[in-house]
Ligand binder design. Sequence first.
Ligand code: KG4
Ligand code: ZN
Length: 438
Amino acid sequence: MTLLALETSCDETSAAVVRDGQILSNTVSSQIKLHAEYGGVVPELAAREHLKNLLPVARAALAEAKISPAQLDALAATRGPGLAIALLIGFKAAQAVAFALNKPFIGINHHEAHLYSPWIQNASPSPLGGERAGVRGGNATAQHSTFNIGHPTSSKAAGSPVPSMVNVECSALNVSHKPHPSPSIPLPSEGRGKSEVASLCAIASPSPLRGERAGVRGELLPFADFSKFQPNVSLIVSGGHTLLVLVESELKHRVLGGTIDDAAGECFDKTGKLMGLPYPAGPLIDKLAELGNPAAFDFPRPLLHDANDDFSFSGLKTSVRYFLRDHPALLDDRKQVCDLCASVQAAIVEVLVKKTIRAAKREGVRCITASGGVTCNSALRNELERACKRNGFTLRLAEKSLCTDNAAMIGILAERKLLANASLPSLDEEIRPGWELA
Ligand code: KG4
Ligand code: ZN
């Protein structure tokens, strides 16, 4: 089955072509730079960008996969959760194409798709052979092209019909901040320490979180390998969500817990903002934390010992706020800023890892998976690896390029559902912006 999937739930416009579990293309246009100015995603701006970018992104995905619309067997799009005016664009466009081609269409829950992205691996030789349109050399990691249409930073790869990749950062799902909110407590970073933090930002400028593309020749196509599927506890951590889900079998899951206030990514972003770091601060904190001491400052580990699978990160953010109010000079000292990043990160990671392991033990599964933007975090990846080794669990982390929002995971789940004879919705089905996993 050859399927085109669209994802526009937040601030990434993405299209992917999937065939028989293989990802033939996965194109992402990120709006991160646009929203960074406002400290969070502005829904109206996101919608306008999706409208502008969706067709070029879809065309690029089809061209890269060497697939014409007439060759498509089915269409899919994210139905929810997400920003309503952003979701509408991809969802309605995919329905319209399905109508025009008279092909099946299926709407997908974004978080359910995250549950299966850790099963996408680089395991299958390319059936296309030779050189792909627009593919540059690189490591054989997940096939994933990224570009920003009309961005001055975007450039065309030589001879490529597809705009070349640019550095793309993570976004925040369901996070809609007012531009420049006025804080109730004066932020130390607004006065002193600003230049120190700014110079640290330059040192730690994030490497591309995505943009690694499969190699040109003898490349491996990312492949969803469900032959190795095991019941698992899945951690989904992003800017808008922190979820623990028991995946009992393929397409059968039960939510164990979620965040009762701020999501883990939101905590990274908001504490980073208190330090004067630009949005999204998660990747920067990750980099700066490498230079710091995670035991330097002791921050709370919220709900760590509570007998549930829920999370809460807003108290941690507040304690960082008060800590900075009481120690404003800290932001003048590079080493201490790195220590602060490492200490905040350690608190978030410890809660995520310990609660995930505990849930897996209790549910009697032997496998843990993780995805979502925060799964790019190196300390989280390392600590999950260590804890799984200690406890004899298999760990499957989504490829970094597939942790953040992408249409490939939407396409992979859509194909599984269609093959499992999921009932097809009518073409006038609507989006579900508040569609939470059950
Ligand atoms: O999944 P994602 O791209 O979008 C949402 O659906 O939210 O996740 C974005 C979130 C942001 O909060 C960002 O700061 C965080 O993921 N993030 C990270 C890292 N990379 C992205 N947080 C910590 N460390 C990272 N390396
Ligand atoms: Zn997501």
